[in-house]
Design a protein around this ligand. Structure first.
Ligand code: CA
Length: 229
């Protein structure tokens, strides 16, 4: 199931950027530049999450948030507020706005998507866990597909499990033995060098798009998947 996200932001360029990036992540996205319109859109079709700008013409983001919280059917709708300044985020923290999280502008898309994922995982666990993203790599556990920078990556079953495991712990270095236990299982006898072979295949598949090598070899220690690769 594709999570449906409503982005409420009156700054066209930012709204377009957010929409583009969220769609690239596989979300279905609708955009509104107006609080009143956003409330109508929520009535028509309830999103799985709302990204809500604080500063909006006519009805403010804060007011939209309050109204959504007042209605029974949207009381638990996940909301992430966008705030323009640190002062606003301080106010948000102080006020009981009812938002589930907030992101301070300017923000990176990596930050926003991480927050969205975290909120969905917490509040809509059925939706979020099928897909994991790390840097420009997206793994879909249900469809058994991997994409890098939007392009399809074809992996064998072992490489898929290996990548899945590394993506659960980005930046962390694993020894060959740890990877053997995690990916092959501790009751299977496999030589440590087998890990090198599969890491090699995984690396080759991931690097087919010339995006740079996301797998770091740590001499005499093991391997890690680098977050910002
Ligand atoms: Ca705004």
């Amino acid at each position: 199931m594709t999570p449906y996200i409503l982005v409420v932001e009156d700054e066209d360029a930012l709204a377009t950027l957010v929409q583009y990036n969220l769609e690239k992540e596989g979300y279905e996205v609708a955009v509104s530049g107006d609080g009143q319109e956003a409330l109508v859109m929520v009535d028509e079709r309830q999103p799985d999450l709302v990204v809500l700008d604080w500063m909006l013409p006519s009805v403010s983001g804060l007011e939209v948030c309050r109204r959504l919280r007042q209605r029974t059917e949207t009381r638990n709708l996940p909301i992430i507020m966008l705030t323009a300044r640190v002062e606003e985020s301080d106010r948000i923290r102080g006020l009981d706005t009812g938002a589930d999280d907030y992101v301070v502008k300017p923000f990176s898309m990596t930050e926003l998507t991480a927050r969205i994922r975290a909120v969905l995982r917490r509040l809509r666990p059925g939706l979020a866990e099928d897909r994991v993203r790390c840097g420009d790599i997206v793994i879909d556990r249900v469809a058994h597909r991997v994409k890098r920078a939007g392009g399809e990556i074809h992996l064998g079953p072992t490489e898929f499990r290996l990548l899945d495991y590394l993506m659960q712990h980005p930046g962390r270095v694993f020894s060959r033995e740890q990877l053997l236990d995690a990916v092959w299982g501790s009751d299977v006898y496999v030589e440590a060098r087998t890990v090198d072979v599969h890491i090699g295949r995984l690396r080759k598949a991931l690097n087919a798009t010339d995006e740079g090598d996301p797998i770091r070899t740590v001499r005499s220690a093991g391997y890690s998947l680098d977050v910002d690769a």
